[in-house]
Design a protein around this ligand. Sequence first.
Ligand code: ZN
Length: 321
Amino acid sequence: MVSDELGARLKAYEGRAAAVAGVGKDPVNEPMIRHWCEAMGDTDPAYAGPDAVAPPTMLQAWTMGGLSGHTGHTGRTGAYDELFDLLDEAGCTSVVATDCEQEYLRPLRPGDEVTFDAVIESVSDRKTTKLGTGYFVTTRMDVRVGQDLVGTHRFRILKYAPARQKGKSPRARRPRPVVNRDNAGFWEGVERHRLLIQRCTSCGTLRHPWLPGCNACGGLDWDTVEASGEGTVYSYVVMHHPPFPAFTQSDQATDAAGPYAVGLIELAEGVRIVSNVVGVPYDKVRIGLPVRLEFRRYDDEDGALVLPVFQVQEGREGGVG
Ligand code: ZN
C-alpha cells in the first residue's frame, strides 16, 4: 500500500466537532411546514391542523441559516474549513455531495426550538472514483430540543482531484429542444420540413411559439397553417460568450465558427420566431434583412436533429442598416 501522509493528517479530524451548540434560526413553525409540503406535494393530514407535526425529512431545514445566513449562534468551530483547506492544498479542489442519512427519534412540533451539534464522523482512505481521486468525509449532526435528541443527520461528500479526461473529448451535440404536449406538433412539422404556425379556430389569430390556448380570445381549439418561409430580421443579437462547443466547432452546416447571429425573424404571416441567421457573416446581419426559411440537419452521426434556420436572401437587402 502506498503511504498516504495526507490521509493520516485527515484522519486526525475524525471525532472533531464541526459545530457546537448551534441554534436553529427559527423555531419549528407552521408556515415553513406548509411551504415545504406545498413544494413536495405532500398532502398528508399529519402536517396540518392544530396537532400538526413537521415532516421528519425537514430535520435539516431547522438547522439551516437560509440565504441571509445565521443571525444567532451557528456553532461552527472551523474544523470543517481546516479539513477542506488541507484537501484543497493537496489538489482535491472539487466537491460533490454523495448521500445523506437521517434518523428520527421523535416528531418535531410547532414551537420546538432546535439546537444542534455536528461532528466530523469519518474520513475515508484515499479512493479513486470515476470523478477522480479523493476522500469521503462524513459529518453527523445531532439535533436536539432541550436535552432530547430528536434526530440525526449524516451528510457525506467526496472531496477530490478531478480525473484528467483521456483522449479526445467527444464531439459536442447541439442542445435538444424540450418537446412536450404543447409543442410536439411543431417539432413533428420541422422533422418533415414544414414550419407550422398555430391558428386559433375561434378567432383566427396566429401564434408562435406554440401554446395550449389563444392569447387573443382564450380559445383552446386550434389548427395549423404552414409558413411560406418568407420573413425579415425583426431584431437580432450576436452571441460571443460563452463559446459553446456545439455552436463553435468547425462545421460547414452551421456557418458558426466563432460568434454567430441569433435572429428574431418576423414571418410573412406576422408571427415571430427565434432562430439562427445564416448565409452572411454575423456582423452583416441587419434589422430588416430579408430571409428565407430552410431546414438543416445537425449531428447526423449521432441522432440527427432538424432545425429551421433563416438564410439571407442575397441581393435583396432592404437598404436598412
Ligand atoms: Zn382566439
